[in-house]
Design a protein around this ligand. Structure first.
Ligand SMILES: O=C(CO)COP(=O)(O)O
Length: 256
């Protein structure tokens, strides 16, 4: 981590877990644990229906609430979708964009990711843009081309001022929900390659300012080692963010 230049961000992604009452209970348990945290930003990205309850429960704490997705159109006939305006009015600060599960199951493409990133920035959100290679792509040793292409497409048309508000999450698909974590060196290597790509696009100063997280089976045990690496500026945490003590242990691991 390089705190001289950029903020560490520990974010949870609850995915399709937690009802509103469960969300309230979890946040109420987490709040006292994190009351003295100064060394990182904390975010919980929650299902749409949990957002109002989560925002209310997190009030007065340093936990920001995020959404797990968003539509790029401002409004209209898109049954089942949610717009930036709707999220803004509910108090959302962050939006996950292009998670591999959305790419895999809901036809998210590099093009829709790019549209969503721009709309998120126009609306004052910090997008958490997910990139990462599949197991096949890792075994073929083409992860660098894949990840660079995802980053370049996602950032198309994003200005150098705006790009500093973007968070990139490197999430190797083979490590998500599998219990298989990338080694700290693998995570650092890819986060570094992402930063190199951002440097080519935006220059050294901007690249240095961008928070790049690792995600994929990060937990209380492996977080400290992953977060000790210079290009790993935080985590995007699935399973372990559903348990207040485990999530807090990861937050504590970022204090180094
Ligand atoms: O997909 C992830 C976060 O967005 C990672 O999920 P797990 O931490 O459950 O592997």
């Amino acid at each position: 981590m390089n705190r001289r230049y950029r903020k560490t961000i520990i974010a949870g992604n609850w995915k399709m877990n937690m009802t509103p009452s469960q969300a309230k209970a979890l946040i109420e348990e987490l709040k006292p644990l994190v009351s003295k945290v100064k060394w990182c930003e904390m975010v919980l990205c929650v299902p749409y229906v949990d957002i109002p309850t989560a925002v209310k429960a997190a009030k007065g704490s340093k936990i920001a609430i995020g959404a797990e997705n968003m539509h790029f159109e401002p409004k209209g006939a898109y049954t089942g979708e949610v717009s930036a305006d709707m999220l803004k009015e509910c108090g959302v600060k962050y939006v996950i964009i292009g998670h591999s599960e959305r790419r895999q199951y809901f036809a998210e493409t590099d093009e829709t990711v790019n549209k969503k990133v721009k709309v998120a920035l126009e609306n004052g959100f910090r997008p958490i843009v997910c990139v990462g290679e599949s197991l096949d792509e890792r075994e073929q040793d083409i992860w660098s081309e894949i990840v660079r292409k995802q980053v370049k497409c996602a950032m198309q048309g994003v200005s150098v001022d705006d790009v500093k508000k973007v968070v990139i999450a490197y999430e190797p698909i083979w490590a998500i929900g599998t219990g298989k974590t990338a080694t700290a060196d693998q995570a650092n290597e890819v986060c570094g390659a992402i930063r190199d790509c951002l440097r080519e696009l935006y220059g050294a100063r901007a690249a240095r300012a961008i928070t790049i997280q690792y995600g994929g089976s990060m937990n209380a045990k492996n977080a400290a080692e992953l977060l000790s690496k210079p290009d790993v500026d935080g985590g995007l945490i699935g399973g372990a963010s559903l348990k207040p003590n485990d999530f807090f242990a990861i937050i504590e691991a970022a204090n180094q």
